[in-house]
Design a protein around this ligand. Structure first.
Ligand SMILES: [Cu+2]
Length: 176
């Protein structure tokens, strides 16, 4: 019975880990005070957020008034809008932050970048613990059914699962 319960827990935790790796945070550029416009201070906006790999930027704006160009650092600094790395112009554009490093975006409408419509984000490695002491549990029967747990150190996303499973197993142990 405990083994079946643990198997269910393992399945649930595995599913959760996949979802959490696939879905990062979603940041609407300029929100909550502003959006992608000529009024928002994007240096201030970005300074309040820690961007991680797997997160998304969403640019919401009027497509008749603005657009979004991803540019190099040099073109971001000089507001050169003539050699974009990527162009977005739907009015609601999602940009994946898929790798560690800096990303630079400007509005490509003449004069808007110079007026401050530019945002730079520094993307860091996702917040997974690199190493973690995890607890592994197995059920066994000696007189009555119990769960035995042992500690181990492991690496990566699985370690987070291990910690959560361990704490749930401890909670299960308390039931027996
Ligand atoms: Cu603009």
């Amino acid at each position: 019975m405990v083994a079946r319960a643990l198997a269910a827990v393992v399945a649930v935790m595995a599913a959760t880990a996949v979802v959490r790796t696939a879905l990062g945070a979603r940041y609407i550029v300029g929100a909550p005070i502003g959006s992608w416009d000529l009024q928002t201070n994007y240096i201030q906006w970005a300074s309040n957020i820690e961007f991680n790999v797997g997160d998304q930027l969403v640019f919401n704006y009027s497509r008749v008034a603005h657009n979004v160009l991803e540019v190099s650092k040099a073109d971001y600094d000089s507001c050169n809008i003539f050699r974009p790395i990527a162009t977005f112009q739907t009015g609601s554009d999602t940009v994946q932050l898929a790798a560690v490093g800096s990303r630079y975006f400007v509005c490509g409408v003449s004069g808007h970048c110079v007026a401050g419509m530019k945002v730079a984000v520094q993307v860091q490695a996702a917040d997974w613990p690199d190493t973690h002491t995890t607890t592994q549990c197995r059920s066994f029967r000696r007189g009555r059914q119990r769960v035995r747990c042992s500690a181990a150190t492991s690496v990566g996303v699985e370690s987070l699962m291990g910690v959560t499973m361990g704490s749930i197993a401890v909670a299960l142990m308390a039931l027996y």
